[in-house]
Write a protein that binds this ligand. Sequence first.
Ligand SMILES: Nc1ncnc2c1ncn2[C@@H]1O[C@H](COP(=O)(O)OP(=O)(O)OP(=O)(O)O)[C@@H](O)[C@H]1O
Length: 297
Amino acid sequence: MEIKLENISKEYKNVKALDNINLAINSPAMIGFVGPNGAGKSTLMKMLVGQLLPTSGNIIVDGVLLNKNEKHLKERLGYLPQDFGLYEELTVEEFLDYMACLKGINRSKRKSIDRAISLTSLEEKRKFKIKTLSGGQKQRIGIAQAILNNPELLIVDEPTVGLDPEERIKFRNLFSEGSKEKIVILSTHIIEDVESICNSIIVLNKGKILFAGEPSELVKGALDHVGTIEIVGNNREEILESGMKGEFKITSTVITPHGTRYRVVSESLPSSFEKITPSLEDAYVYCMLKGEVENAG
Ligand SMILES: Nc1ncnc2c1ncn2[C@@H]1O[C@H](COP(=O)(O)OP(=O)(O)OP(=O)(O)O)[C@@H](O)[C@H]1O
């Protein structure tokens, strides 16, 4: 499968949610969309699933304009939106049966439901009404319906919200294994999710792509921009003050027996800081910081 976004912009009444996005996605791919609240992640996802039309630009799926051949996409698509509604009075099984009907799964319906229930560990809850399930279990139902048709393109908006750490790891593996021949796109605020499974990361801010590429490339870009310092005594205020001015971002503060150890990300790291290898989270923070500086300049 091949998806191309050409000069995509989306304007709501007075908000430019996406600003001239260009992107090419080819299977297999496991892509993480990251960015702060309001960056445009959900808008971009809604556009990729044909739920929203761009104000301008084209989305081309397997060589055909999406709005000319939505059926081609819909047959291959699994989608978990951020605000997914569940029919609370139905049991898990009834709900998935209903969703399978909506998706036009007829022949292998029973098998598809059993597979989705098993992959999302919902066996014990299959006969329970949805209203009796926990938040994390409900999230699993959302994921189960998205994978019912074993989709070639799986798009999931913040899929691990509300899951406990063990479940998060399980879902990460599920998405990752599923991506071997497919395209899986997930949006998340949890960089660790991207770090552990995605071979591609797209950083969005204010409707623009700040970075698209391999996570290791993003990390490479932050080399020499991440450092640590242990402050003993009264310099603490000074450090915090320059941080506030945007010279650097403090990404961790640890109280030590001698003072306070800060981990910071900065465009130009003062020589008093010890340079350290950036994590993907540091690299993301640096990418955002650089974006802010470029915007201001
Ligand atoms: N239906 C809408 N009407 C007007 N503005 C909207 C609408 N949906 C989104 N927006 C605006 O578009 C921008 C992008 O929103 P979007 O939901 O795509 O961001 P996001 O990156 O998914 O954020 P979050 O991480 O908080 O879910 C925001 O400024 C938001 O307020």
